[in-house]
Structures are given as C-alpha cells and as structure tokens.
Design a protein around this ligand. Structure first.
Ligand code: NZQ
Ligand code: ZN
Length: 388
C-alpha cells in the first residue's frame, strides 16, 4: 500500500545535445548578475566553460566568477561564496559541474542573506531558511547525485570532521537544469563509475525498505535494470550517446523524490559513506561502494523477501529451490560481480581509511531508522570493520 504523500518537482529540465542553447530562454527570467560557479577547471579543458560564457553574454549577463568548488564542498568555501553573492547582489547562481557545484550553489542560495553562520544554521541545527533565497540554475557535467533535480545539499566541515546533508524545501531546488549527456564524455573513468554506483545506491536506499506491493519499487527495479545495462556499454565506449543519456536520465529520476513516494527509505549506506567522506575526503560514490556489501549482508536476514525479489527482478537470478536467504545472497553476489566489473573501490583501506579512524567514523555516522534493521553503533562498527 502506498502511504499518503504530496509530490511536486520545481525543476524544469532541458535534456539532450542541444539542451544548453534551449535553456537560453530561462536566462531571460532573471536579472543581469550571474554568479558562475564551477570546480577545479575541467569545464575550461572540455569547452563547456566557453559555451556557457557565450550563452550568458548573448543574453546580456554580467558574470561574477566563483571557481574552485572542490569535490565535497566545504563550509569555508560556502562562507566565501555567500559573501561573494551578497556583495555583488547576484540575481542567479549558475552551477556548472557535478553534484558538488550544484549542492554548493544551493547552499549559497540560502546563505547569502542569512545573518547566522550557514554551517551551524543549516547543517548542525537543520533550520529552514528565513531569508531571501537566490535562484539556482545548473548545467550538469557529471551524472550521479541527482542534485540537478532535488533540494539536497551536502557540505563538509574538515575541522569538525563532519559531512552533512540538508534536504531543503522545493524553493531551494534548481529552477532549471541543463542535462547534455555529451558534457559527461570527458569524465575520467573513475568518476564515471563512482557516479554510476552513486545512482545505483540511491535507488537501493529507497528500495530496501518496506514489505508491501508498491509501485515505487517497480519503478526502482526498472531504473536499476536500465542503469546496469547502460553502465556496461559506457564502460566499453564512454562516448556512446545512448548509454550516457540513459545513465544521466536514470540519475535524475533516482533521486528527485519520485521513487520514495508512499514508502519508507533506508539511507544508512549514505550515512556511513558520508562519515567516511568526512575522514578521508574520498569520492562520494566510492565511499558508498566500499561499505555497501558488508551493510547489505548484515541486513539481509531482516529483509529477505525484498532481497529475493532484488535477485530475481534486477539480476535475473534463477532462485528455484533456494530459501529466501540463499536467493538474497545470490542477488548480492550478482551485484558484487557487477561492481567489480565496473572497477569500483571495494575496501575502505583503498580510500585512505584505517583502523585508527573506526571509532571516529562510527561516532560521525548519523543513525536513521527507515531500513530493514535498526542499527546500533556496534553494528555500524562491524560494517566498517568488514569494509576495511
Ligand atoms: O572540479 P571539476 O573540474 O568540476 O572536476 C570534477 C571533480 O573533480 C570532475 N568532473 C565533473 N564533471 C566533469 C569532470 N571532469 C571532467 N569532465 C567532466 N564533464 O569530477 C570530480 C567530481 O565532481 P563532483 O561534483 O564532486 O562529483 P559528484 O557529482 O559525485 O558530487 C559529489 C558531491 O555531491 C554530494 C556528495 O556527498 C558530494 O559532496 N551528494 C549530493 C546529493 C544531493 N544533492 O542530493 C546526494 C548524493 O548522495 C551526494 O551525497
Ligand atoms: Zn549519493
């Protein structure tokens, strides 16, 4: 049974090889001053920067540059970006990059006119914005987080060793996002597969919960099958437009709130991954890959029917004669084989984590209760230990 819910998605999408030009019409809706947000320079090397700057100029915009947004954007960078936006009175924050730039833009949007410290207000006290919010647009260059069509923003504080996400209201979602699959061609393979696993895990986080017959779970299975299929093609041929476009579209639908409607969700792999990220600053998708199998193997006995369904419907495992637990385990083996095929990082030690960090990472892991097993801190430690 689906529980009661409301559904509204505030982001307008422009998808396809000509998406950036088509999105030119959006720019007319906002004032002259655009804070152009980007990362470490990949957009200058692959030409996306030039295309975006030309479009902004054609539309009479004044550009305020905000570069150097790091993967896993920090609280310090957020404070700088908020100051820049406020001092320049910007009318639009345009993020050109992956989830880090888009998350950062959203955080800046609610921080520019906030009289409080944004880290403390939004990421420690989880308060809602009570100040003017600057509109955000996004030109996505990496498929993974779903940030282009959701209200999430994840910020890291290295001093406090915390990486925390805040899911804001729909007023913080990008007003528009440009999804051109060709913009992802230049991603290094490491980032491409990390993004693919991030997408897959977003779906798992919303799938491994609840017992009922739920349309959202059928949608989740379809998205997983499409992703697995396209990932194998993109791995062999990164410029296969069909595969890259399917991956990009799957990423958006995996985390724009659709497949969580009417059901509970888990998100403990992400809580573990974020805590690992706070200690190692590792690539987000890889932190998830490293902890996933130990986590799912731990919770398998508590959700055997869904794990059997996962094996049968997602991985086409022939489960005749198997108990639910055996079938579920076979599904996880199939998932593991695919993860190894992609070349994902399967151990925390390969991300720079070691035994001396386990207490701190355990402590930094936020505990959620929507999944099949209510974890104790001891369970968290066991998962981390088994992931080393
Ligand atoms: O710095 P640049 O030059 O942009 O390079 C980036 C970065 O080094 C590079 N890259 C991106 N597009 C490229 C490219 N390199 C070449 N060609 C391109 N087309 O890839 C690297 C990683 O980029 P990043 O934006 O950090 O990756 P991702 O999209 O995975 O974002 C990760 C951040 O999003 C958060 C994560 O925690 C992390 O902080 N998340 C946000 C979520 C949300 N808003 O809902 C949910 C996720 O679960 C996640 O937590
Ligand atoms: Zn994620």
């Amino acid at each position: 049974m689906l529980g009661s819910f409301s559904y509204h998605n505030a982001t307008k999408l422009y998808f396809g090889a000509d998406a950036l030009q088509l999105a030119g019409e959006e720019l007319q809706k906002y004032g002259k001053r655009v804070q152009l947000i980007y990362g470490g320079g990949s957009i200058k090397r692959n030409g996306i920067y030039d295309s975006v700057v030309s479009l902004l100029r054609e539309n009479g915009k004044e550009i305020i540059e905000d570069s150097g947004v790091m993967p896993n954007p920090t609280a310090d960078k957020l404070r700088e970006g908020a100051k820049l936006a406020r001092e320049n009175g910007v009318d639009l924050l345009l993020a050109v990059g992956g989830g880090s730039c888009c998350d950062y833009a959203k955080a800046v949007s609610v921080s520019a006119y906030c009289n409080d410290d944004p880290w403390e207000k939004y990421f420690i006290r989880f308060e809602e914005p009570d100040c003017p919010i600057i509109p955000v647009g996004c030109v996505l260059t990496m498929a993974g987080t779903g940030s282009e069509m959701n209200a999430g923003s994840v910020i890291t504080n290295h001093e406090q060793k915390l990486k925390i996400g805040h899911v804001f209201g729909s007023e913080v979602m990008p007003k528009f996002s440009v999804l051109n699959p060709e913009f992802t061609y230049s991603l290094p393979q490491y980032q491409m597969v990390a993004g693919i696993y991030d997408i897959f895990n977003h779906i798992c986080e919303q799938y491994f919960s609840g017992e009922d017959d739920n349309t959202s779970d059928y949608l989740a299975e379809g998205l997983m099958k499409s992703l697995i299929h396209s990932s194998r093609i993109a791995l062999k041929n990164p410029t296969d437009y069909e595969a890259r476009s399917n991956i990009m579209w799957t990423a958006t639908w995996a985390l724009n709130t659709l497949i969580s409607r009417g059901k509970t969700t888990d998100w403990m792999v992400h809580m573990l991954g974020q805590a690992v990220g706070a200690y190692t600053d590792a690539t987000h998708g890889m932190t998830l890959a490293a902890v996933s199998l130990p986590y799912y193997r731990l919770i398998l006995p508590c959700g055997v029917r869904k794990f059997r369904r996962f094996a049968e419907n997602v991985w086409n495992v022939q489960t005749d004669g198997m108990s639910d637990e055996q079938a579920g385990a076979a599904g996880l083996e199939a998932m593991e084989a695919w993860m190894r095929e992609l070349g994902l990082v399967m151990k925390l030690s390969d991300l720079g984590a070691d035994a001396s960090m386990l207490d701190g990472i355990t402590e930094a892991t936020i505990m959620l209760e929507g999944g099949y097993k209510k974890l104790t801190k001891e369970d968290v430690r066991t998962v981390l230990q088994n992931s080393l």
